[in-house]
Ligand binder design. Sequence first.
Ligand SMILES: C[S@@+](CC[C@H](N)C(=O)[O-])C[C@H]1O[C@@H](n2cnc3c(N)ncnc32)[C@H](O)[C@@H]1O
Length: 495
Amino acid sequence: MKKKRNENRLNVNELTQQALEYHRALLDEQEYTQLLKELDQPLYSAIRINPLKTKADAVNTWAQTYGWTLQAVPFCPTGWWVKESQTAPGQTIEHRLGSYYIQDAASMLPVELFDFEAGSSPLILDMAASPGGKTTHLISRSADQGLVIANDSSLDRITALRLILQTWGAVHTAVTNFPGEKFGGWFPETFDRILLDAPCSMQNLRSTESHPMRPISDKERLTLSQRQTRLLTSAIQALKTGGQVVYATCTLAPEEDEAVLDNILSIFGNAVEIKNLKSKLPSPAPGLLSDGSRQFNPAVQQAARLYPHRFATSGFFCALISKTAPVQGPEYEIPLRPLEKIGLKRLHPHDCENLNTLLLTAYGYDLNRFIQAENVNLWQRQEQVYILPERWIQHFGAIPFQAVGMLLGEYSNEGFVPAHEWISRFGAQFKNGFITLDAAQVTAWLRGEDIQGVFPIPDLPARTAVVFDENQRLLGRGKVFNGRIKNLLPRRIVF
Ligand SMILES: C[S@@+](CC[C@H](N)C(=O)[O-])C[C@H]1O[C@@H](n2cnc3c(N)ncnc32)[C@H](O)[C@@H]1O
């Protein structure tokens, strides 16, 4: 029998107790005992390495430097639990410069479910993306070679998303601000991979200060479930036949998990298939066949229901769905805003050539080669020069966006100033134009201070040097002048 959940105001402990009672009816006794035992254990934070900026073995150095005891996350090759630490993962310069992302291990599973072929450049949509944790993972898995559109319907959450993608250092991305429900009708049969990390009730049995358990009324749950079904319907319409969608929530409420998959199977029948995850999980974590009152299509058992005791994570749910045939749905006209309307124009070939010469002379960096190899082009808006992915221009160029590509730098009175995000991503490839700081200078540098000393480097664009420490850690940019280096680390990065 399905247990009715109390809608009155209850404190967090009472709510957790009530949720536990509800799930007790859905689990066998042994599993329920394991669940209770797990909830007595601390939830360890985990990090996921940024392969665009960091080699996989960097974790060993961080473990030594920061006193970390690490354990590999079994379903994510770039993920590590930090079980003990002298310096918290959120307190390091590597974190602020985007060498890794801090994330609950459960949140690393959905993107790992996708198949990516080496050398491919897939079109990817992250339909409900902010603040962008899973977007960074999509960028890593596609090696920043496809195009990842990070969309979120909440304008308030776009700044956080933009900042996280800037810090991660991706070129082949765009940020948009639309209701996810629109994509199916605007872009049918378009994307190779779509992640729907859906807005949900967050009933994950792990109450934290930032995400305490809160009461959810039956009405709210129904509204959520209907919205989730609409969003997943839109995702399936926007997906190419043969493509993959991952549906994920951080709730264990079956109405928002298996019931949504069941709805989708009823709507699309054989045109969608929920894939078996046996090869992607360390051990089975099947979806429910029933929530006590509603019987689900047996195919929903192929999903991964992460009760906390299954992989020592928060409660989580995800499923991999493939589209096996085209589907019908309403199509809508796409809103258009040509790039010229917001002042963006292709950089003149002569200016491209000048920039190439400048960066080659100063840093030994071949911008032309990068542009050709990466299928990107340089665009200018007022003084700023951006690297824009050609795939965005070809497929989506005229739809309104919040951000696209990467800032290369900007023209100033002193010449061209390379951008922090460009240097943070590509500075490690420079052959010259850098300065190495000793340990004492690094401490001051990370506090945002300028460094005194004579640093003669000729031919730097706008006197901008790349700063390293003696262990080859890239520490941003500095402006070399008058016997000192002016600290150009963004204020949000300094300690
Ligand atoms: C679970 S959060 C996403 C977390 C994110 N994927 C991450 O890993 O950092 C769900 C997001 O969905 C957004 N959202 C809510 N309704 C939406 C809609 N109709 N279309 C698109 N996004 C929506 C919310 O603003 C919220 O940022």
